[in-house]
Each structure stands twice: as C-alpha cells, then as structure tokens.
Design a protein around this ligand. Sequence first.
Ligand SMILES: [Zn+2]
Length: 462
Amino acid sequence: MGGPASPQLKGAPAGPGLVVSADWAVPAALDEPQRQWGVRVAGGMIDDCGPAGELRARYPDDDLCDGSGCVLLPGFVNAHVHLYGVLAHGVPAPAQPVADFWGFLDDYWWPLVENALDQEMISAAAAWVTAELATGGTTSFFDILEAPNALPDALFAEREAVAASGLRGVLSFEATERMGAANGQAGLDENARFIEACRASGPSGAGNRVSGAMCIHTTFTCSEPFIRRAFETAAELDVFCHAHVNEGVHEGRWCTEHHGMRTLEFYERIGVASPRFQASQCVQMSPREIEIIAATGVRVSHMPLSNCEVGGGIAPVLEMLQRNVTVGLGSDGYLNDMFAVMRGAFLLHRAATLDPGAISAATVLHMATEGSARTLGLDRVGRLEPGWHADLQLVDIGGPKGLPTPVEAHNLLDQLVLWRNASHVSRVMVGGDWIVDGGVVVGADMDRLRARTLEQAARLWS
Ligand SMILES: [Zn+2]
C-alpha cells in the first residue's frame, strides 16, 4: 500500500478529532484482534473506539486516517535501552579476548566506551536512535546512560534530542561508585536534578514527553549506603529506581562472596525490594530470587537478544510470568527493532523449554507494550482504549510489502511477531501527533543525523 492518507503531522494543531482505522486492530495484546476497527483521537488521547464504519458515522466532521492494508496496534514501549550504545556498534574488539562478563566490563566496555563518552557524542546518539526507535513503531522508551566523565548535565544534553523526537522518554543516569564516591554521588544528583527539571517544565504534552527516573548500576559497583541513598531519593521524588541485576553469573557470585547471599536476597535484606525497584536483565536467578521478585512486586525488564550477545544466559521469564511478575521487553541498545526483540523472546523460551507452546505471540506483544509501560509506571500507555494515550502504530500487512498468506484473527499476532519488522511500520503516533509518516520520521533529516553519528562514533573509537 502507499500508506494511509492522514492530514495530521507533528506539531500541527489538532482538529476536532481524528478517526484512525485499519483492516485489523489489536487494541490490547491479550484481547481478541478486531477486523475493520478504529479509534478516535482527540486532545492527545483516545476518546472512543469501535468498528470503523460506526466511528465514521458517529464523527462525520472528524479527519480520517484510512489504514487500509494495515494493522493498528499500540506503539511499542522499549523498557530498556542505552541510546549511546549505537556508537559502539562495530567498535574494534579488545586486543585480548575477554574471559567473562566482568572482563567485558572492566577491560572493554567501561574504559573504551562509557568512560570516553562526552555530551556531543551522547546528543548525536540520542538523535539517531530515537529516530530509529520511532520508525520501528516504538512510542516510549527507558534510557540508561552511563557516562561518568560527561557529568554534570549529561541527561540535559540527551533531553534536547529526545524532546525533538516527540517520543515519550524516561531518561536516567546510571550512577555507580566504580570511579569513586564523589562521581557516584554526582550521578545520583544528576538524576534528582533532572527529575525535578522535567517536572518543573510543565504538564506532559507535545514537546514535553520527557521524564526522569533514579538509576544505579549493580551491587558490585555500588555500596550498601549508596544503594539505600538512591532508593531513598527515588521515594522522595516518587519515581522508580532501576538497577541491572544478574546479567550473567558474575553478580550472584560476587554478592555471595561479599554479602553472604545472592543479589535479590541482598536487596531484600536492605529493604529496597519493592514495586519501586525496576530490575533489568534478571538472567541468572536462583529460585529464591524469583520468589523475592514475585513476593515484593519488583518489576522486571527482559532483554532476550542482548542476553545472547553477552553470553549471559536465558532469563527465567516464563517462571516470573507464571508468578504474575510485571515483565517488560527491551532492546538494551543492541538491536532496537522491537519486532526482532519480540521474535527473540518468542524463539528463545521455546528452545530453552523444548516446548513450542511455551510462550505465545500475544504474550511477547503484551510484554512489548503494556507490560513494559507498567514496568516504567507509564500511566495509561500500551492499550488502545478510551482514556488511554494515543500512542499507536500502523503496520503494513497488504500492498507491495504485504504478507503472502491470509491474515485471520487466529494468526494475526503470529503474522506480526514472526513476519513483520521495523521496515513494515507505516505510521506512528505519540500523544495524538504523527511522528512517522509513510515509514519516514516527520521533520527529521536522516542523512544529517547519520553523518553526525558517524562523526561522533569515529571520535569515540579514536
Ligand atoms: Zn543495559
């Protein structure tokens, strides 16, 4: 298809309302798909939904976006990304091969990537990756920035690029004491100042969809008083606090050696295992650690592809879902196409359990939308329902890029998760504003963004 006709572009004043309809819709990942269905968007929110013909009849004066040949679904929420990570794609490997995850960090990732980042690099990467996220149907994301030599104001440099993208971005600085106590405190202070500055800039809306969160690295780079301080500040500011947890075997062993217990047992002992804790990775988990997560309401983000890349293992996501843990899906800044991330989760857990029924397309789509939104505390994001934010995407299933087999209610989610990718996303809307139109980011000069990113990557590598 040539892309649905739509009159409303980024920053354009909204008319009375806009009806967006499509051949198929997935209003919520775990609910039944709908044929010839649509939503009405007004004031940045969804205010009505239903069969497309009925909506058009009910709102004859509204503008119309006719998504024939498309599926309408909620925008993806990438629960864990490192925008700066793009600068390290293809970076020369260390002279000596790294022995394990600790070696990966200490000999390679920290000295050659994170410690070398400056604000110009951070800004260029943020501009490029937010455009990349948008074209792939992502409407919200959580970023974790670790750049100890770019303090203070590293997040403020990133914010400008993220705000320009129109995406809903939760940004955090990954505070750590690995470069000393003062640098660690500067990281916590950066988050606190940033959270307050975002709030002070007024209500969330077009041009102001950026917010902050508290964030620390891990137990092996942060002391107990430091971790307590981070969670106390998060409570004072009423935000969640993120940490990477057991990304490989290293942290569990380190905690056992230094604290006499495993990572989640330690977090529980110091009183911070709670719904305020957003724990990413959670790959190498003991049964007791999974129990703690389920019992205390810790929220989890799952990164199937980057876990493979770093040789971390396979996270016990099915066990956590069975225990009603809130689980979201993220790219970790590795492959930022959320279709690829969903496919990774879909395939990995089937292979790991020797069970082709272990995880469904609906479950992975739920994690990539509403599940991720819940891990980030994003209110009314991840479903297409009246009263929820108008964050949505139209994905081509017909026309020149269409699917070669019929789409039915019973196979729609499999068709999306297995045989679609970022290049099939036709339009993306955040808060009622189209940010992608005909597969192209509205108002972005991609050649210029790419050139700037290449230049900054070359500086980093040198
Ligand atoms: Zn990460």
